[in-house]
Design a protein around this ligand. Structure first.
Ligand code: ZN
Ligand code: ZN
Length: 183
């Protein structure tokens, strides 16, 4: 049997696709119109944080981010992610793999990264391409965290704390306490 091309975006906890929105509990399979984001963070090959969030909850959260943070995030992607060049991955068809082979920002190959996060947007069981899915390394995540305003960082910390038990002791040396970035 061929490996599932979407396996990287399945829940590490269940081994299968994510079933509900972490925020509102919506059954992600049930609304074929509403895309959702899957985010996963890895440290030394272990998944340390994962969630799926529906587009409604994600935009609600983004709206609460300060406008300076939103602008800073947009600027980071403009300046550091070669979105146009990444579009050539569309030629590979419905395969997330080439999109997440390297950090989208510094382009260090994923298999050389000690920590990284993945973000992908899905609709039902299908991946929506360009500019997602993408991979960001821990170092670039740290750079992004540094761009967020204190208010936004506090909000994001609350979100992570609410849905996350905290990193196991062995991952506490992650940059910025192992916080993943808001994708
Ligand atoms: Zn939701
Ligand atoms: Zn990077």
């Amino acid at each position: 049997m061929e490996p599932d091309p979407y396996a990287d975006f399945h829940s590490a906890e269940t081994g299968g696709p994510f079933r509900d929105c972490i925020s509102c509990g919506l059954d992600l399979d049930h609304d074929p119109e509403l895309p959702y984001l899957v985010a996963k963070s890895f440290r030394r090959g272990e998944c340390t944080f994962e969630y799926a969030i529906c587009d409604d909850c994600r935009s609600n959260m983004a709206q609460e981010f300060s406008s300076e943070s939103r602008q800073a995030l947009a600027r980071f992607f403009e300046e550091h992610v070669n979105v146009r060049e990444r579009s050539i991955f569309l030629a590979f068809g419905d395969k997330p793999a080439p999109w997440i082979e390297k950090c989208a920002s510094c382009e260090i190959p994923r298999n050389q990264l000690e920590s990284y996060s993945l973000g992908g947007v899905l609709l039902g069981r299908n991946m929506i391409y360009d500019p997602y899915p993408l991979c960001l390394c821990g170092r670039c995540e740290e750079a992004i965290q540094g761009l967020l305003s204190q208010k936004t960082r506090g909000m994001w910390d609350d979100f992570v704390d609410t849905h996350f038990d905290g990193p196991p002791a062995n991952v506490e040396d992650l940059p910025v306490r192992g916080r993943p970035v808001p994708f």
